[in-house]
Design a binder for this molecule. Structure first.
Ligand SMILES: [Zn+2]
Length: 220
């Protein structure tokens, strides 16, 4: 689908400018106030989408498989991520239970689903009406998707428990380490400005009347 250029306003000073695709690695800034208006990437969609899909698959492995198996005498206790939340609830440590649930389960899952639901249609050359909403939710929750914190706390617990119980690493531990890597790479590959541009351009094309009221843009 060929996208025609459209006009945008600087988010800081409302100067109108014509949007054009930027070469890879180039940044555009507002000539009046210097606010960064966009960063050029060859393809702002494919890499974050691939990383989000990989993270989602790893996320399900991490959530469902045991991270650790503790052997106390002849009793084996598998420790899953969700089990850890329930253990904290049982111990009446509600704020900590909520923190683990929010940063390790709810925020990452919502972020990944929001990104995939927004980027998948863009990758196919279109967008859904809900695309900007999904993207806004994903961006709002991304800072809370801190799977690395829980990973570190599991490693710390492992170190403390090693004299008390026999500990075996579960299958999910490798997936967890990989998830920390893919989530970090996802943050690095996500450039919101060019993605907003695509979402808004496709929206403008679907509702072209909205462009009639624009003034003629000032040349930088
Ligand atoms: Zn400006």
């Amino acid at each position: 689908m060929q996208i025609e250029p459209a006009f945008s306003a600087c988010p800081a000073c409302d100067l109108l400018f014509r949007r054009r695709p930027l070469p890879h690695g180039m940044a555009a800034s507002c000539p009046r106030c210097g606010t960064t208006l966009g960063v050029g990437t060859d393809d702002p969609v494919s890499r974050p989408l691939a990383l989000a899909l990989a993270s989602l698959i790893l996320f399900f492995v991490v959530s469902l498989e045991p991270l650790l198996v503790l052997r106390l005498g002849d009793r084996e206790v598998p420790a899953t991520l969700f089990g850890a939340v329930l253990t904290l609830v049982d111990a009446k440590m509600y704020p900590l239970a909520f923190l683990v649930f929010w940063t390790s389960l709810l925020a990452p899952l919502t972020t990944l689903l929001g990104l995939i639901l927004c980027l998948w249609p863009l990758r196919q050359g279109g967008t859904s009406r809900l695309g900007p909403g999904f993207f806004r939710i994903a961006l709002a929750l991304l800072p809370w998707a801190l799977v690395g914190i829980y990973f570190l706390s599991v490693l710390l617990a492992l170190f403390k428990l090693k004299d008390l119980a026999e500990i075996h690493l579960g299958a999910a531990m490798v997936a967890f380490a990989a998830l920390v890597v893919t989530m970090t790479a996802l943050r690095g590959s996500l450039h919101p400005e060019p993605l907003w541009e695509r979402l808004e351009l496709l929206n403008d094309l679907e509702h072209p009347d909205g462009l009639d009221n624009l003034e003629h843009p000032k040349r930088p």
